[in-house]
Design a protein around this ligand. Structure first.
Ligand SMILES: Cc1cc2nc3c(=O)[nH]c(=O)nc-3n(C[C@H](O)[C@H](O)[C@H](O)COP(=O)(O)OP(=O)(O)OC[C@H]3O[C@@H](n4cnc5c(N)ncnc54)[C@H](O)[C@@H]3O)c2cc1C
Ligand SMILES: NC(=O)c1ccc[n+]([C@@H]2O[C@H](COP(=O)([O-])OP(=O)(O)OC[C@H]3O[C@@H](n4cnc5c(N)ncnc54)[C@H](O)[C@@H]3O)[C@@H](O)[C@H]2O)c1
Length: 448
């Protein structure tokens, strides 16, 4: 079979689905290739199953809080089989809805991996060939592996969703989003957790806020081992030892999660052969319009060097479809403010610049307003965890360039503030706004 389309998309994850659906809606004839489940990482082994686990962890924490505020509570145990069934059937529903929508939109879905054979043609292992005026690479990324002895004894983030029970003692190696989120949620679900970090915890987030989160994680009982480089793993699943130096080792783990970042799926798909430029980590290089170095070939999402977040992939896909199909030559997405939340316990969110980034960019013109408070519910429960809010401003008019929040509710409250930040927000606007009381959000308005 050899067919001609307007747009061919490689990958049916957040970015690829966004391009395909918008292009089809605008009238293009679209083919979408993916050998795996519709929805890609976010739906099947990322945001969605992770968030379901985070909710389970929140419920476990609330149960403990309930006892603190006076409820008579019986011990609670998560039935992992039942939880997994509920989570996975929700995800199956999302995939089904995607399939229906793609079908209704007239998008040709091909359940195979595709490889570029030229700037307008792809081929599959079964011999199918298809051509289009526009080829979009949206092939995402996969968990990074290390070439060290015993690596296979540990899990990758893809595997953690297959767990059938909470490990008793879990080592998590890494210090990024995945490591911190799973350290917090697996601890809340009953695991003893050691977090082994080589460099900075949550590099890229405001260090004062990260320090506060680290202190709270430790206070909850998560063991944080900094400056720790794992050189090998030994043993068998159930009894794993991690070698961290010539004579140093950590033992007694019944499971290990490697959370070492991700590698773009840009190899073995013909990019090198047709001259698509990539950076030293394999990310496809794109300009602000998602153009690669080869005319007619574009890329969106985690395969590029942009922030690896679902809304970024979706926004890039939508803008690209508009440009390619509607002919709006300047359609591109505004990436000036990309809000992001680490679903830790408590959640940590940021929009705009960290204090450190602002100082590097604006020097002495930076002013910082921050405050700590104990949330009302924690006070009632007799707990002492402190939430932290921080606003970074620039210049005499105090234009807000960064907002940072740590504490219960941060995940939901940040979005509205991020919209304001993108539109142009000043300190005086926060001072003039009427607060909603009593909430975590108002703390951003009450700062001095
Ligand atoms: C554990 C975890 C939790 C996360 N949580 C969040 C979160 O809370 N919020 C957030 O914003 N982001 C989160 N992310 C990041 C988010 O999942 C990604 O940024 C997003 O999925 C990227 O979308 P994408 O379309 O670029 O790639 P993907 O979703 O990875 O999709 C790529 C698709 O391409 C397919 N493919 C690969 N090669 C080929 C080929 N040759 N031909 C055809 N198809 C191919 C793959 O099978 C895959 O389906 C998380 C990630 C992980 C791992
Ligand atoms: N809540 C969210 O929005 C969310 C959640 C999960 C993932 N994500 C996205 O997915 C991406 C991938 O997440 P991630 O946590 O896998 O990556 P990450 O880039 O956030 O963190 C990777 C970590 O691995 C460490 N590392 C790398 N190589 C190492 C080595 N050889 N030895 C020891 N440590 C090593 C790094 O120092 C870093 O701490 C994130 O960058 C983020 O964009 C987002």
């Amino acid at each position: 079979m050899s067919e001609r389309f307007d747009v061919i998309v490689l990958g049916a994850g957040s970015g690829g689905l966004s391009v395909a659906q918008h292009a089809a809606r605008l009238g293009a004839r679209v083919a979408l290739f993916d050998p795996d489940a519709l929805g890609g990482t976010c739906v099947n082994r990322g945001c969605v199953p992770k968030k379901a686990m985070w909710y389970a962890a929140q419920i476990a924490d609330l149960h403990r809080l309930a006892a603190d505020i006076g409820f008579e509570t019986a011990p609670m145990r998560l039935d992992w089989t039942r939880f997994r069934q509920r989570r996975d059937s929700y995800i199956a529903g999302i995939r089904q809805r995607y399939a229906t929508r793609l079908d209704t939109a007239g998008i040709e879905v091909i359940g195979e991996a595709a490889c570029l054979v030229s700037a307008d043609t792809v081929a599959t292992a079964t011999g199918m060939r298809a051509s289009a005026r526009h080829l979009v690479i949206a092939s995402g990324a996969r968990p990074r592996r290390l070439d060290i002895p015993g690596f296979e004894l540990g899990m990758l983030s893809d595997d953690i969703f297959k767990l059938e029970a909470a490990p008793r003692h879990l080592a998590i190696v890494g210090g990024g989003y995945v490591a911190v989120e799973f350290a917090c949620l697996m601890h809340a679900l009953g695991c003893e957790v050691d977090l082994l970090v080589r460099g900075h915890l949550l590099a890229g987030f405001d260090s004062e806020v990260v320090d506060e989160l680290a202190a709270q994680m430790q206070a909850r009982g998560i063991r944080l081992l900094g400056e720790t480089q794992v050189r090998a793993a030994r043993g068998k699943p159930g009894t794993i030892t991690l070698e961290t130096g010539a004579d140093t080792q950590l033992d007694g783990y019944d499971a290990v999660l490697w959370a070492l970042g991700r590698v773009p799926n840009s190899d073995r798909i013909g990019l090198e052969e047709i001259g698509v430029a990539r950076d030293e980590n394999g990310h496809v290089l794109v300009d602000a319009w998602q153009n690669t170095s080869v005319p007619g070939v574009y890329a969106v999402g985690d395969v590029t060097d942009r922030r690896a977040l679902t809304p970024v992939a979706v926004a890039a896909g939508r803008a690209l479809a508009e440009r390619l199909v509607s002919g709006h030559a300047d359609a591109k997405f505004d990436d000036s403010v990309i809000p992001s939340v680490v679903f830790a316990e408590p959640p940590l969110g940021m929009a705009g610049l960290t204090e450190q980034q602002a100082h590097a960019r604006y020097g002495a013109a930076v002013s910082v307003h921050s405050g700590r408070y104990t949330p009302l519910l924690s006070m009632v429960a007799g707990r002492s965890e402190r939430s932290l809010v921080k606003i970074v401003c620039v210049g005499d008019e105090r234009k807000v360039v960064g907002i940072h929040v740590l504490g219960p509710g941060s995940d939901e409250l940040l979005q509205g503030f991020a919209v304001a930040l993108q539109k142009g927000l000043y300190w005086r606007d926060l001072k003039a706004a009427i607060a909603i009381h009593p909430t975590a959000s108002e703390e951003l308005l009450l700062l001095h």
